[in-house]
Design a protein around this ligand. Structure first.
Ligand code: RAT
Ligand code: ZN
Length: 429
């Protein structure tokens, strides 16, 4: 086969990356079966978990942090006392009308509206609200997945969330959409055992404060039951920068003696999202979490102790990205994934993805969306695909200069595995 001419590489790569379907490895999205607060043809469920529409897009917690900077006269308390649509109106005015929406989270809303055929230059949200009110939730899921080029949207199913838990436990359970595989998430088991233990006791599992042997058995039973109920494609938790392994304490005992064994028994990978300090500014609620540097040696030690356990990791601090890539060179059971949260900006995606390609070749998962609002898939994947195409083009140009024939088939193969194939292999092997 002939190679693509160097001056044609950029176009060929961006076509292949644009056409490759995505399996989104980590989101907070739900299909309509989990209830939704709005939409044509459905009974509105005020606590429904499927978030979509312009008010949700504009009140994304990334933008709440930003509006409180643009409008410091608005206290967090006063902001949260407003209704959802009043919050959205304030954010629209301050960040999109009175200022230029250059931040990544702001640009995301602009891209999203444009892709839906709506005008992001409108001075008010009224017209956009009317458009969304005409859509059915199910129709909007189909439209967004099609436009975003995403075929699988991995959920985050927090077993400690009472609202969600009730839906799983309801008579007949919750109807499943195969495009939305579940993920069993249980941060408090490891991060806050003193808070987790009484909840488990309430639910009928005999656990104690020390997480002694009997407790470990109970946690394994708890995990086994939820794995049976949710049929997750992996288990997940986020951890603070202070997390150390090995180390004494009930959290690590639960991790090593209950969580990893339950994952192994059921053949599930374990995802660790490390480096978040919750509630640095509690008044900001969901927008108030901060960042710290992860102890990558602890992650490496876990990979070494459990060589049969597939471990996926994403780290929040820019300072950790190099060490994570190096750790993955040492442990083939470790897969770096995504550019998480504060790393999900074009400059840091570019730097991180370039580094991972240079150290790991195509053996990682470059991105996940972390979308909380359905339509965010439209911008998160558009922006990430553009950066991935740019980095891949550079790599192919360097390879071509070194004498390698870069064929269209190779470009397509790489685009497909980076956006979907590596996820499928990781989760289905
Ligand atoms: O990116 C986010 O929206 C964060 O609030 C978190 O959800 C984080 O991604 C997490 O899963 O803990
Ligand atoms: Zn998340």
């Amino acid at each position: 086969a002939t190679g693509v001419a160097p001056e044609k590489l950029a176009e060929a790569v961006s076509r292949a990356v644009g056409a490759a379907p995505v399996w989104d490895l980590h989101t907070h999205l739900f299909p309509p079966e989990f209830g939704t607060p709005m939409g044509r043809g459905v009974t509105p469920d005020p606590h429904g978990l499927m978030l979509w529409g312009v008010d949700e897009l504009v009140t994304y917690h990334y933008l709440i942090a930003e509006v409180l900077r643009e409008a410091p006269e608005v206290t967090p308390e006063a902001f949260y006392a407003r209704s959802r649509s009043e919050q959205a109106d304030l954010i629209w005015q301050k960040l999109f009308v009175d200022a230029t929406p250059v931040s990544e989270a702001c640009r995301g809303v602009v891209t999203t509206l444009t892709k839906l055929g709506l005008d992001p230059n409108e001075k008010s949200l009224a017209g956009h609200r009317r458009w969304f009110a005409e859509q059915t939730p199910a129709g909007q899921v189909d439209r967004v997945l099609e436009l975003a080029g995403v075929d699988t949207v991995t959920m985050t199913n927090d077993v400690f969330d009472e609202n969600e838990r009730g839906r799983w436990l309801a008579e007949g359970g919750v109807a499943r959409d195969p495009r939305f595989p579940a993920v069993l998430r249980f941060d408090p088991l490891v991060v806050d055992w003193p808070a987790a233990a009484p909840r488990l006791r309430d639910w009928g599992y005999a656990v104690d404060a020390q997480a002694s042997a009997g407790s470990i058995d109970a946690v394994r039973r708890f995990l086994g039951e939820w794995i049976g109920r949710m049929k997750p494609v992996y288990c997940a938790m986020s951890l603070p920068p202070e997390w150390r392994y090995p180390a004494d304490g009930p959290g690590n005992r639960v991790l090593a003696e209950a969580i990893v064994p339950a994952c192994s028994e059921h053949g599930l990978p374990l995802a660790l999202m490390i480096g978040v300090t919750r509630g640095v500014n509690p008044a900001l609620r969901q927008a108030g979490d901060g960042i710290g540097v992860t102890h990558v040696d602890s992650l490496a030690a876990l990979c070494r102790d459990f060589p049969q356990q597939r471990i996926m990791a994403t780290l929040l601090a820019r300072e950790n990205q190099h060490a994570l890539a190096v750790a993955a060179r040492k442990f083939s059971n470790l897969t770096p994934f995504g550019c998480w949260w504060f790393i999900n900006t074009p400059s840091l995606i570019e730097e991180t993805t370039r580094m991972r390609l240079e150290l790991l070749g195509p053996t990682f998962v470059p991105q996940h969306s972390d979308a909380r609002v359905l339509e965010q898939l439209l911008y998160k994947w558009d922006h990430s695909r553009a950066v991935l195409a740019k980095v891949l083009t550079d790599k192919y140009q360097d390879l071509a200069a070194a004498g390698w024939r870069v064929t269209p088939a190779a470009i397509e193969r790489d685009a497909n595995r980076l956006l979907r194939g590596n996820v499928a292999t990781l989760l289905e092997q």
